[in-house]
Design a binder for this molecule. Structure first.
Ligand code: HEC
Ligand code: HEC
Length: 240
């Protein structure tokens, strides 16, 4: 057994430069402790994956403690676009948006050319649907959702042709948080972020926190993200 200074030196020597950068920039000391485990993770295609799962959980299953949502099984096109959105400051630049700012710091340390492979890796991961953590009036939520379905699909499966991601299978606390961000003009307010602005234009129908809870409670009733985690060989074209 090693103790004290020796133990810290041991962990540091096994941390990648990126890990240390994240630790220094975010002050999240638990990342440092997690380093020793992360570097032995099963051969990820790119070393950055190990950094992502420190916050997003094993295989990207979501981690409420640090408010990092599920990214496992997420559509690669959407995941990649969000990495771009953070890097360009469309997301994660507002003072009142701590989780967004943490995520943005990660992307500014990355080369945009890495986004495609990273997105593909997480899109291929299968993790269990998250447990619901919020409650709301499902029937009222269903009524609110009739508008949302136009873009996000009747079962929250998403529509690539409209740029709208799947909502089914996402952590409910994360969905509620994003709706809160839109309601308070903390996401979707940058002109270049055309998809974010489209979503922003739709948020007015959720008039208060209860409406947010209700619609999220209804989204919780959708099962697995249909047709996303497992791509069927003869599936119809994307977004159809
Ligand atoms: C320091 C912790 C941390 C690390 C490391 C981290 N993330 Fe995040 N990530 C977050 C948090 C917190 C959010 C939620 C931001 C919000 O609520 O707006 C987030 C959000 C995201 C989103 C948006 C999801 C959505 O549905 O729009 C994507 C995509 C994402 N992260 C991918 C990654 C990838 C890929 C990596 C590795 C390169 C990574 N993250 C590393 C904390 C982290
Ligand atoms: C006109 C089409 C449209 C409608 C209608 C719409 N959305 Fe969206 N929504 C989008 C698009 C496009 C995005 C992706 C924005 C981006 O890329 O940043 C989005 C993003 C979201 C997100 C963020 C997802 C994530 O992973 O971060 C949530 C949550 C969401 N929508 C919920 C809803 C709800 C609930 C409704 C109904 C009240 C709704 N949307 C109505 C187009 C729409």
């Amino acid at each position: 057994m090693v103790h004290g200074v020796d133990a810290v030196a041991g962990i540091l020597s096994r941390c990648s430069e990126r890990h240390l950068n994240i630790v220094l920039r975010t002050g999240l000391l638990f990342l440092l402790i997690a380093c020793s485990g992360a570097v032995v993770a099963a051969s990820p295609p790119v070393d950055v994956i190990a950094d992502c799962v420190l916050c997003h959980g094993t295989d990207g299953r979501g981690n409420e403690v640090v408010r990092a949502p599920r990214i496992a099984g997420m559509e690669a096109w959407y995941l990649e676009r969000q990495l771009v959105a953070f890097q360009r400051g469309w997301r994660g630049t507002q003072v009142a948006d701590d989780p967004g700012r943490e995520m943005r710091l990660v992307t500014v340390m990355l080369d945009a050319e890495e986004f495609g492979p990273i997105a593909a890796w997480f899109a291929a991961q299968e993790t269990p649907d998250p447990q619901p953590t919020l409650t709301g009036a499902v029937e009222r939520g269903r009524q609110h959702y009739s508008l949302c379905a136009q873009c996000h699909g009747a079962r929250g499966e998403g529509r690539q042709s409209l740029g709208a991601p799947a909502l089914a299978g996402q952590n409910d606390w994360y969905l509620a948080r994003q709706l809160h961000l839109y309601r308070h003009r903390l996401r979707g307010q940058v002109r270049e972020d055309s998809y974010g602005m489209q979503m922003l234009a739709m948020i007015g129908t959720l008039i208060d926190d209860q409406a947010v809870l209700d619609v999220v409670a209804y989204i919780n009733t959708f099962s697995e993200r249909p047709g996303i985690a497992v791509a069927a060989p003869h599936a119809d074209g994307p977004g159809s």
